[in-house]
Structure formats: structure tokens, C-alpha cells
Design a binder for this molecule. Structure first.
Ligand code: GBH
Length: 473
């Protein structure tokens, strides 16, 4: 008897990264590279914004080490690599009429060519949070619909023209929720605004920019370049605290505020009713023309997910969670999931399987898993010597990936969910935004003094899972 492999032969797997989190090779290297500042450079320059005071200008030096990194990724067994392009590296000031930076273009040409040379499919994100600072200064960045949609669409067009002969998988945006809420609602991320009106405006502008770029691709590039384009959203499973109708409704409302805000509009053509009810006039309406643009603007569902929360209706002040209470505890006093380095992140594989089912049933699109990963509790405070022991045995991360890949397999094989990729977050330990170089999400250890890379156990075990579970061609 032959066992049918769970995953199709064209399944893409590997690791994900983002430009601002790994490229920086130090202030001098960055200056020479011709990259313009992004809102994250300014955020890092502002005392108190980054927990350990580190800076996007000096992270993993992927800028100079990309060749070695790509070779390493391939040697671990990956068949694809998800990375993002830095907009201010390509167009330093960002705007439609602004000059482009040839060194930036050369860099990404090299990255893409190197991927293809070794046999990795490049899966490219156009925007992973590093808005050119100049556009923020000129007109408020994501707050200015007309200007940002025009400039973003032009930037996307530049990328399709420069790289679309070789890049066949495009993501317009990584996690618009984070830009809207963390950047413009609670101020934890650049540009650091605190507001209860801006996030909803920014969210709408991000969606329109997404649709504008995606439709441009579909209209003018897709036919001859033969690729596809979509958006990737963050969203964790929301498990009702108990079976009470209020808590079941609260769990759905939290899901609406995290995922439905974008996905209902893009795939179903309307905001979730719970958001309309709560936000009223603060939720900006779409014109018919905008809704037409948004319709069918994402060819797949791009999914970043990390954890699961238990949700109850107990009213909180957290409007971004639909006033629900997010926690990990259950009525019997137990808690779900193993603890990680970060308070929001717990290991709950069964929640992942439920999430995949929910997304597939509701949006009916193939799912590309674009991020999923783990930061082991305590890993970031190890000395280098201790870390070198840990890296040969990053047990917590191996466990996490074991559980989540098993859940993925069940969702595909037993539940029939159409999942077509999986990228572990992250390839390298890297700059974890406001948390700086503290939390380590990598399957490859990075020594931030020397930029040395050392693969951890999870790097090989995760890739091996896919090699074992993908049908041969
Ligand atoms: C991803 O976001 C990002 O795409 C990636 O760049 C990042 O490095 C990776 O995750 C790891 O964090 O602190 O209670 O406000 C994940 C989505 C949404 C998870 C916001 C953390 C904050 C919860 N993130 N959430 S809280």
C-alpha cells in the first residue's frame, strides 16, 4: 500500500524575512548603499521606542551576506524564499517623480538571481512596514489616500517592471492591521501615532493601495509575466472562552476586527457588521468604484499566524479587539499553550488547524502560509556560549514547528483545506521591531557582533517535514 503524501508536489516551503529586519549592515554600509530612510529609521532614532536601543541600520547585514544566506537556505532544503523589498532602497524618497537608486535595484536583482541560481522560488513582499520617511514628511504617508495610493502603485509598477520577469509570486502588503493599529492606533510601531480615528483611515488606504497595485499587475503584467498577486494578513485563532453565546459572539467579533476588517472587504465586498456597529462613522465608507477595484484583488489568502487566544465578552477598553477580552485561560483554571519569549505568543497547534478551516470556509481561496514561528522563552538572554549549546537543540522551536506542521497536514489531508505554501518565521534571528534585537525568532542563530550564522536544529527538522510530506513530481 502506498501512502498518499499530504502536500502537492508544487507546494512552496522555506523561510520568510523582511528587509528592515535583516538587511542593515551598519550605518556606513547603509549610507553607501544609497537607501533612503524609512519611518523605522526615524523611529529607531527616537529614544525609548526600541526596547534595547538597537537600530534597523544594523541588524544581520544581509545586505552584504545575501549570497551566503541564500546558499545556506538552499542547503537546509528549502525550495522557496519569502523576502520583502525595501521601498526606500529602490526609491529613496519614495514618490512617483523621485529618482530610483540603481544600487538598490542591483541588490534585489542579485538576491533574485541568486535564488533562481540555487533553486529557490522568490516570493516577494512589496511592503513590509518600511515606508520611505520622506513620504511621511511630505503628506503623512498612509493617512493621505490620493497621494499614497499613487506613489505606492507607482513603486509597485517599478518592481513589476524590474523584477517581474523572474518574480512570479507577489504580496502587496504584509499585515496591514499592524500598520494601521500598531503604527497609527497604539503607537507601538512607526510612525508611533496614538489615535482612535487614524487606524480606520489607514486601513482603508492600505486596502485601496493594495487593490490599485494588484489590479495594475493583473491588467498589465500578469498575462506576459505569468505570476500571481495577493495580500497577506495577520490573524490568530480566537477560541471562545466557553460555550456561552456571548463568548462565542465575542470570539467572532475579535476575528472580525483582526481579519474580517480586511478580508471581508477584499474577498466578500463589505466590512464585518460588528465593525460597522461599533465604529459607526469612524469607519470610512468605500465608493462603488473602490469596491469594484477591491473585488477579486487578491488571488489567494495570504496567512501569517502565530498563536491562539481564548476570548470572552467581558468588556475591555481594547477597541481594536472589538472590546473583547483576550487571554489564554480556560474556565477550569488551566491555560492553553506553552509560553514563549513574548507575552502574546503561545504554542497552540489545534488553534492553527481551526484557523485554516475557518479561513478556507469563509473566503474560499487557496491559502498561502507566509509566516508562522516561535521565540523560545529565555533564548534571547543566553550568552553566546550558552546559545551555542542551545542552537544544536532549539527544542522549543522544534516542538512548535512539529505541532504546527502536523496541524497543517491534518487541515490539508483530513479537512481538505487548500494550502499551497509554508514559510517559517524566521530564517535568521533578526530585528524584532519595537523589541529590537532581543527576541530570537530565527531557525538560524545570528551573532550580532560578528554577523556569524549558525543553523539551529529547527532549521533542518522543519525543512525535513516538507521533504517527507510533499508528493514527488
Ligand atoms: C509578524 O507579525 C511580522 O510580520 C514579522 O515582521 C514579525 O517579526 C513577526 O510577526 C514576529 O513578531 O504585543 O499584545 O500588542 C505578527 C503579528 C501582531 C503579532 C501584533 C504580535 C502584538 C500583540 N503580530 N501582535 S501585543
Amino acid at each position: 500500500m502506498t501512502i498518499t503524501p499530504a502536500l502537492p508536489s508544487d507546494f512552496l516551503f522555506g523561510f520568510a524575512t523582511a528587509a528592515a529586519q535583516i538587511e542593515g549592515g551598519g550605518a556606513e554600509a547603509e549610507r553607501k548603499s544609497g537607501r533612503g530612510d524609512s519611518i523605522w529609521d526615524e523611529f529607531c532614532d527616537t529614544p525609548g521606542k526600541i526596547r534595547d536601543g538597537t537600530h534597523v541600520k544594523r541588524t544581520c547585514n544581509h545586505l552584504e551576506l545575501y549570497k551566503e544566506d541564500i546558499a545556506l537556505m538552499r542547503s537546509l532544503g528549502a525550495n522557496a524564499y519569502r523576502f520583502s523589498l525595501s521601498w526606500p532602497r529602490i526609491v529613496p524618497m519614495g514618490g512617483k517623480g523621485d529618482p530610483i537608486n540603481q544600487k538598490g535595484i542591483d541588490f534585489y536583482n542579485n538576491v533574485i538571481d541568486e535564488c533562481l541560481k540555487v533553486g529557490l522560488v522568490p516570493f516577494v513582499t512589496l511592503y513590509h512596514w518600511d515606508l520611505p520617511l520622506e513620504l511621511f514628511k511630505r503628506y503623512g504617508g498612509w493617512l493621505n489616500k490620493a497621494r499614497i495610493v499613487e506613489d505606492y502603485t507607482n513603486y509597485a509598477k517599478t518592481c513589476f517592471e524590474l523584477f517581474g520577469d523572474r518574480v512570479k509570486h507577489w504580496l502587496t502588503f504584509n499585515e496591514p492591521w499592524c500598520t494601521a493599529v500598531l503604527g497609527h492606533g497604539i503607537g507601538q510601531f512607526a510612525p508611533g501615532h496614538v489615535s482612535n480615528t487614524e487606524p480606520w483611515i489607514v486601513g482603508q488606504n492600505l486596502m485601496i493601495a493594495h487593490a490599485s497595485a494588484a489590479k495594475l499587475y493583473m491588467r498589465e503584467y500578469k498575462a506576459h509575466q505569468g505570476g500571481m498577486i495577493g495580500i497577506t494578513l495577520n490573524g490568530d485563532w480566537t477560541d471562545p472562552y466557553d460555550e456561552s453565546p456571548e463568548n462565542i459572539e465575542a470570539a467572532q467579533r475579535k476575528m472580525d476586527f483582526a481579519v474580517g476588517w480586511f478580508a471581508d472587504v477584499i474577498y466578500l465586498g463589505r466590512y464585518p457588521q460588528s465593525m460597522v456597529d461599533i465604529l459607526g462613522d469612524r469607519l470610512p465608507k468605500f465608493t462603488q468604484e473602490e469596491l469594484g477595484l477591491l473585488k477579486d484583488s487578491s488571488e489567494f489568502y495570504g496567512c501569517n499566524t502565530y498563536t491562539t487566544n481564548t476570548i470572552r465578552a467581558t468588556r475591555t477598553t481594547d477597541e481594536f479587539a472589538g472590546y473583547t477580552k483576550m487571554a489564554f485561560d480556560k474556565p477550569d483554571g488551566t491555560e492553553i499553550g506553552v509560553k514563549s519569549q513574548l507575552g502574546w505568543l503561545r504554542d497552540v497547534p489545534w488553534g492553527f488547524r481551526r484557523l485554516l478551516n475557518y479561513l478556507y470556509q469563509r473566503y474560499k481561496r487557496p491559502i498561502y502560509m507566509t509566516e508562522n514561528g516561535w521565540a523560545i522563552k529565555g533564548e534571547s538572554s543566553l550568552s553566546r556560549a550558552e546559545a551555542l549549546i542551545m542552537i544544536t537543540d532549539d527544542e522549543g522551536r522544534v516542538q512548535f514547528y512539529d505541532g504546527y506542521t502536523q496541524a497543517l497536514k491534518e487541515a490539508v489531508q483530513i479537512d481538505g483545506v487548500d494550502v499551497r505554501s509554508y514559510f517559517g518565521w524566521s530564517f535568521l534571528d533578526n530585528f524584532e521591531w519595537a523589541s529590537g534585537l532581543g527576541p530570537r525568532f530565527g531557525s538560524v542563530y545570528v551573532d550580532y557582533e560578528t554577523f556569524e550564522r549558525i543553523p539551529k536544529d529547527s532549521a533542518t527538522t522543519l525543512m525535513q517535514f516538507f521533504k517527507d510530506n510533499i508528493a514527488s513530481k
